[in-house]
Design a protein around this ligand. Structure first.
Ligand SMILES: C[S@@+](CC[C@H](N)C(=O)[O-])C[C@H]1O[C@@H](n2cnc3c(N)ncnc32)[C@H](O)[C@@H]1O
Length: 405
């Protein structure tokens, strides 16, 4: 869909066909019949634009929930957009820091969240279709008065007059996924230079950003959603907090939890205890494994590997906990025999610091376990010695429900 096609979709007629398309059969097998029927009453191009949009909305539900049904997308814009839970969490810090200048707003997921949190302003995107989509998204929620979207290059923007700058540079370009911050679009250096001209700023970067690339004055926050690390945010100026590193975990709907450095001591290295803790990826990226060790009274089994072992089970949202049944040198033969002996039907394999190919191991073990028992096998190493830990996950306790009167 090009810009003209998208603008037609926003007319009364376009909205009528979009409404019908949204209600129609959009499955692979039903799509052709839906298109044929709609084309009896609407121009083919408009039908194509509406069907594309309706299908993108379905795909977007995972990121945006019910809002997806009112939003507009481009395929690349949806792909690059920040999921609503993360955008809303990040937007909270902006509440007292408007107006905001956003450099490269995409379809406007972060923009919507900030405006909803009370920080309006101006957003630019160099791609005219993407900018039009962001504008339509503001309008869809009645927020057009509170922010504006312009087609412009980020590099030419003047942050003066804004309380804060926000940027989420593209990391998937025409050449594929880029890792070098200089290859971000706009490049990280350009964005940081502009951010430095505002009293406050936040720049979203890849979670793999090396700690050396984080500006010394920034607070870096790694964010994971349901255990998957999604991004890092660099908070600058008045938006940066009292800590330099932070790991924030966003769950299925609970309030996010955040971990900041509490200890400057490196974690002790020790022998196996009764429990194994697997820190969340955001905790590892933020370099806060020592804090999980301190919180659980445990230590590392190998100083290179981010597994914590301890004698006690101390529930923490920052690590998955396992009760250890046995730790043995890694041996395929021994593992097969053990699975048979224990009548393991459901096997979970995990690894860290192990060279074993888990997919291959899973195939190699398939014939060797049947039964009703469950087992988690964690492959790791202590020094150079490969080991297998036989364990059972400890389900996190549900937070106590507030008393009702
Ligand atoms: C990762 S996306 C932003 C996604 C947005 N945060 C969201 O959640 O919807 C980056 C955007 O920056 C835009 N962009 C890239 N280089 C730019 C530049 N030099 N000036 C303005 N926009 C640019 C791209 O067109 C793209 O839409």
């Amino acid at each position: 869909v090009d810009l003209t096609g998208f603008e037609r979709l926003l007319t009364a007629r376009g909205q009528a066909v979009l409404a019908e398309a949204t209600e129609a059969d959009l499955t692979e097998s039903g799509l052709l019949a839906t298109a044929t029927k709609l084309r009896e009453r609407y121009p083919a191009e408009l039908v194509a634009a509406a069907l594309t949009q309706a299908r993108l909305r379905l795909r977007a539900r995972d990121k945006f929930g019910a809002d997806a049904d009112r939003m507009y997308f481009t395929p690349a814009g949806l792909e690059q957009s920040t999921r609503a839970s993360v955008a809303a969490y990040r937007a909270r810090r902006f509440a007292a820091h408007g107006p905001v200048l956003e450099l490269g707003c995409g379809i406007g997921a972060d923009l919507l969240a900030r405006v909803r949190a009370g920080a309006g302003g101006t957003a630019v995107d160099r791609d005219p279709l993407t900018a039009a989509v962001a504008r339509a998204n503001l309008a869809a929620f009645g927020l057009s008065e509170r922010a504006s979207v312009r087609v412009a290059d980020a590099a030419g923007q003047d942050p003066r007059g804004y309380a804060a700058v926000f940027a989420d540079p593209g990391r998937r370009t025409a050449r594929g996924r880029v890792f070098d911050p200089k290859a971000y679009e706009p490049p990280l250096d350009t964005v940081l230079a502009l951010a430095g001209q505002a009293p406050a700023a936040c720049v979203k970067v890849a979670p793999g950003i090396p700690h050396e690339a984080v500006p010394a004055a920034a607070e870096a926050e790694w964010i994971s959603v349901r255990g998957e690390v999604k991004e890092a945010a660099l908070w600058l100026g008045e938006l940066s907090g009292p800590v330099r590193r932070r790991a924030t975990l966003i769950g299925a709907g609970d309030e996010p939890v955040t971990l900041t450095p509490g200890t400057s001591e490196p974690p002790p290295v020790r022998g196996w205890g009764r429990y194994l803790y697997e820190p969340d990826g955001a905790v590892i990226r933020a370099g806060l494994v020592a804090d999980v060790a301190a919180a659980t009274g445990g230590g590392l089994i190998d100083e290179q590997i981010a597994y914590v072992t301890a004698d006690a089970h101390v529930p923490t949202p920052f690590a998955a906990a396992y009760a250890i049944e046995d730790v043995r040198p890694f041996s395929l033969k021994d593992l097969r025999a053990e699975l048979r002996r224990r009548e393991v039907g459901t096997l979970t394999l995990k690894k860290r610091g192990s060279a074993v190919d888990l997919d291959r191991l899973r195939r190699d073990l398939r014939q060797h376990h049947r039964g009703g028992a469950e087992l988690t096998v964690v492959l790791t190493r202590v020094g150079r010695a490969p080991v297998m830990v036989l364990a059972h996950p400890i389900k996190p306790a549900k937070p106590a429900k507030p008393a009702t009167r």
